[in-house]
Design a binder for this molecule. Structure first.
Ligand SMILES: Nc1ncnc2c1ncn2[C@@H]1O[C@H](COP(=O)(O)OP(=O)(O)OP(=O)(O)O)[C@@H](O)[C@H]1O
Ligand SMILES: [Mg+2]
Length: 351
């Protein structure tokens, strides 16, 4: 849980301090008054990549560096301090945990986790597959610190494999040079699918409780993971596909199979959500997905995440609002709003 936040030259702030309570905190302020910037700073210090602007854009336009520091209560109610600074000229990021300089992966292991609710989320089923993949990968990176490392290695291998494809296309490399990258890619894909499978099964299991929750007319709600990879035979299916599509890959200079083009959808009585559901129903599903994300991260990290609810309630009708607010009662939440929120026993921070 976060106790205090201090921002220096972070986006719109020159110097700014804010304190939070352990339950719900509502930041009420008019439009364009830095509410989202506060949540973004908390997200950054908790190493959640979900809204990752480049560090350079986070610096106040008048200066060359920013500094953020946060004091958190850990599981044992002890205070822990994390700070992050970034300097534009040296391009150096500095991460400090309890007065000791450290690395990004240590921060990922140490920090509290955040769950970000933003109005943009309401369109997740209309976006590109990559946005939905990011949704899954972000949950996994927050749950297992090793997952972001695997993903980074995988992305590097794909980048290098694509370079070799380009070289083959231009007659500068031989096809044999792909072998190393193919093997490495398959090895890392297996690791990625090991984690994704766990999350997919968790969604599948928990989607089924959905209709009892929303008293809905749909009998079967299913989480459908879309992939060209055979998940029960990852190695052979990727190898076969790479072989069959080698010439096309060389022409396009691009690798076309993998965890990195997968997608997911929700089936309502076997029908695609996007072709079938109303906006209200889609919103219900999205809230449900986020609540499953919350439970998953809590189970895997043995820690309660901090909820950052940015302007999200304004998207919801009273029924959705009541469901969400009652589900999140047991968590520390930081909610932004331009109006006071009724039926919420909150710490109102009116700015
Ligand atoms: N790097 C920066 N330097 C200075 N100001 C910045 C920087 N980046 C963003 N801003 C300012 O921050 C403000 C936006 O703040 P923010 O998005 O937090 O507002 P908000 O309160 O969430 O508004 P809304 O209710 O409309 O969502 C804008 O006025 C923008 O000009
Ligand atoms: Mg905002």
């Amino acid at each position: 849980m976060i106790k205090k936040l201090r921002l220096i030259w972070f986006k719109s702030f020159k110097e700014y301090k804010i304190e939070f309570e352990k339950n719900s905190n509502v930041i009420i302020w008019e439009n364009g008054k830095w509410k989202t910037n506060i949540l973004e700073a908390i997200n950054l210090i908790c190493d959640n990549s979900q809204i990752s602007s480049s560090f350079e854009n986070l610096i106040n336009t008048e200066v060359n560096s920013f500094f953020i520091s946060g004091i958190f209560w850990d599981k044992n109610n002890l205070e822990q301090e994390i700070s992050i600074s970034y300097d534009k000229e040296s391009k150096k990021k500095k991460i400090i945990i309890n007065w000791k300089a450290t690395t990004k992966s240590k921060l990922n292991e140490f920090s509290s986790k955040t769950i970000y609710f933003s109005p943009i989320l309401m369109n997740i089923f209309y976006f590109w597959p990559s946005d939905r993949r990011d949704f899954l990968d972000n949950i996994l990176s927050n749950s297992f610190s090793v997952y972001s490392k695997i993903l980074k290695n995988y992305e590097n291998i794909i980048k290098n494999r694509n370079k070799i494809l380009k070289n083959i296309n231009e007659w500068n490399s031989s096809k044999d040079e792909l072998n190393f990258f193919d093997n490495k890619m398959i090895e890392l894909s297996k690791e990625i699918y090991f984690y994704r499978n766990d999350l997919i099964n968790y969604f599948k299991k928990n989607m089924q409780n959905f209709e009892t929750y929303f008293f809905w007319k749909i009998k079967n709600v299913d989480f459908e993971y879309k992939t060209k990879t055979k998940l029960d035979d990852i190695e052979n299916s990727i190898r076969k596909y790479l072989k069959e599509n080698l010439e096309r890959d060389i022409i396009l200079k691009k690798t076309q199979i993998w965890p990195h083009i997968d997608d997911f959808s929700i089936l309502l009585d076997t029908k695609e959500i996007i072709d079938f559901a109303s906006r209200w129903e889609i919103k219900s599903i999205i809230i449900w997905l986020k609540l499953i994300e919350l439970k998953y991260i809590e189970e895997k990290t043995w820690n309660k995440p901090i909820l950052l609810i940015d302007d999200f309630l304004s998207e919801l009708d009273n029924k959705h609002k009541d469901i969400l607010l009652s589900e999140i009662k047991a968590y520390q939440s930081i909610i932004t709003s331009i109006n006071k929120i009724e039926n919420l026993d909150e710490n109102n921070i009116i700015l």
